[in-house]
Design a binder for this molecule. Structure first.
Ligand code: ZN
Length: 73
């Protein structure tokens, strides 16, 4: 897995399609993403796995973004 740190670009009050677009695969641009939220005390990230090309990446989240994703499904 690549080790660079990416920051999510959606806002806490964005509509679902913008949230999904910000998690879309950066390699093949697929929106078929399996993701899991990982929240620690001072730190949150979402781990994304592309179902189309198999690429995996981690995206850093603000508190607001983590809350948004936890309500997403
Ligand atoms: Zn992909």
């Amino acid at each position: 897995m690549r080790q660079f740190c990416e920051t999510a670009s959606f806002r806490g009050d964005d509509v679902p399609c913008l949230v999904e677009a910000s998690l879309a695969c950066r390699v093949c641009l697929s929106g078929k993403i399996e993701w899991g939220l990982r929240v620690e005390h001072w730190d949150a990230e979402v781990r994304c796995h592309c179902l189309s090309c198999g690429d995996s990446r981690s995206v850093s989240l603000t508190d607001e973004q983590a809350l948004r994703l936890s309500l997403h499904r």
